[in-house]
Design a protein around this ligand. Structure first.
Ligand code: ADP
Length: 452
């Protein structure tokens, strides 16, 4: 609209200016500035003012109005900035938008001819003899603008409604796959759906859905392992209780049981209770370690001395089966560790190496370190672990040979506890084993425990 207005005003201005230039020439030709009686010029001026609904004032060199098409100001003197400037050669055209007119000043120029030429005024010199001050109405432009404004408003409203409708439809269509994702996730959440969901409409929905499926898988695995753990715990705790009950019942069933048989049964009952106690203690140790991740009681420990103490404690058990316990200290190892948990790691590994060894076997504990880590290797000459069980031995309650392990007092929790304790120290545990030849556990732990 602004463009239209500017352009229309420009066109009108140049139209009127062209007309005025022609009339200005006629004014000189008809000597109108001296004599305003010329019919031709008056008719021309009248026609111009009618055509553009305007007013033309002709001002002579004395700034006197010699002609006013409205007939109001004739004979008056006019001293306005625009007129003076025009005498000096600057013609202006002002658009007064508020009052709806264009004001134009046009110089009335006489060119000095050969005959009139003097020394001071050579031929061809332009002399401004007077000024035409014209104002033309722009009512038509304003009226056209009003019509155009109305039309453009209608177009704007139609466009707005159109864009709004398109936007609503588009957003509905575009959002649809996301709503499907939400619906699918809700269904999974409510338990109606248990398979992986799929909304492959956009790359984005696919990514969201994949991330959700992964999370769901992990949660399912976690839930499965929790259920399995609870089932295992119940089973493990129940076994000794069942034995105790069977033993007690059989004692009660015989009215006069000899005292030796009583004693014998009571010894068995005590063994079962001891077993129950061991399982509970192991479980508590495991739970405590799960809960208090990072809750380490760090102190500087001489690993060689600690290992020596543990081996000394376990030697009587080893001796029973004629197993040799050996400590190889490659170098002195002093590390920042939790002493209690470190003892637990060593005890469990060496105990296993004794438990799953052969008569007259050998257990070698090797201590070594570099500038960053220390390593403890526990190698035995025992029964070994089958290949397929190697990555399951750290599972809670996993035992390669359940009945054998139980016979020798295993709970299946020892390695789970050991691994947790190693991980708390930000270390790693590895196992190598050859069935029938022996097993080697390698624990690697940082020498210094700086909290990150
Ligand atoms: P457990 O109380 O039964 O010993 P662990 O968690 O300590 O439980 O060990 C899990 C299983 O790994 C054991 O039941 C045993 O089958 C196997 N195992 C552990 N250490 C050894 C070893 N040094 N030699 C052979 N088998 C081992």
């Amino acid at each position: 609209m602004q463009n239209y207005e500017d352009r229309a005003v420009e066109v009108r201005q140049s139209d009127v200016q062209n007309q005025l230039k022609i009339i200005a020439n006629h004014l000189i030709t008809y000597n109108y500035l001296q004599d305003t009686s010329s019919e031709v010029i008056n008719a021309e001026l009248e026609q111009l003012s009618n055509l553009y609904s305007g007013r033309v004032l002709i001002i002579n060199g004395n700034l006197k109005v010699i002609k006013d098409t409205y007939g109001i100001s004739e004979g008056k003197t006019i001293i306005s900035e625009e007129v003076i400037k025009c005498f000096k050669g600057t013609s202006i055209a002002n658009y007064d938008r508020n009052n709806g007119f264009i004001e134009i000043t046009t110089p009335i120029v006489e060119i000095v001819s050969e005959e009139m030429a003097t020394e001071r005024m050579p031929a061809g010199t332009e002399l401004t003899r007077g000024v035409m001050l014209t104002s033309v109405s722009t009512d038509i432009i304003v009226a056209t603008m009003a019509v155009l404004n109305r039309k453009s408003l209608i177009i704007e409203i139609i466009m707005f409604i159109f864009i709004f409708v398109i936007a609503v439809i588009l957003s509905k269509v575009l959002i649809e796959p996301f709503e499907r994702v939400t619906k699918a996730i809700t269904e999974v959440g409510e338990g109606h759906l248990n398979e992986p969901i799929s909304v492959p409409d956009y790359l984005e929905t696919e990514h969201i859905v994949n991330a959700f499926n992964d999370l769901h898988e992990r949660m399912k695995a976690l839930d499965d392992s929790r259920q399995e753990f609870v089932a295992n715990v119940s089973h493990e705790l129940k076994t000794p209780i069942t034995s105790v009950k069977v033993l007690a019942d059989s004692l009660l069933a015989q009215p006069d049981t000899p005292a030796e048989l009583y004693r014998e049964f009571m010894v068995d009952i005590a063994t079962e209770i001891e077993r129950e106690d061991k399982i509970i203690n192991d479980l508590l140790a495991l739970v405590k370690m799960d809960k208090a991740a990072g809750d380490l009681n760090i102190s500087t420990v001489n690993m060689n001395e600690l290992t020596e103490i543990i081996l000394k404690r376990l030697r009587p058990i080893a001796r029973k089966r004629d197993i040799e316990l050996l400590l190889v200290s490659v170098r002195e190892v002093v590390a920042e560790v939790d002493e209690v948990k470190m003892s637990l790691i060593l005890t469990n590994l060496v105990e296993n190496a004794i438990k799953y060894n052969k008569e007259q076997g050998k257990v070698t504990v090797t201590l070594d370190a570099d500038h960053q880590f220390f390593t403890v290797e526990v190698a035995d000459t025992g029964i070994g672990i089958p290949e397929e069980s190697l990555n399951r031995i750290y599972e809670r309650f996993y035992r390669v040979d359940k009945s054998h392990s139980r016979e020798i007092g295993g709970t299946g929790l020892g390695l789970a506890i050991t691994r947790n304790a190693v991980l708390l120290h930000r270390g790693s545990i590895k196992v190598e084993s050859t069935l029938g030849e022996g097993t080697k556990f390698l624990v690697k732990i940082p020498l210094s425990h700086t909290i990150l």
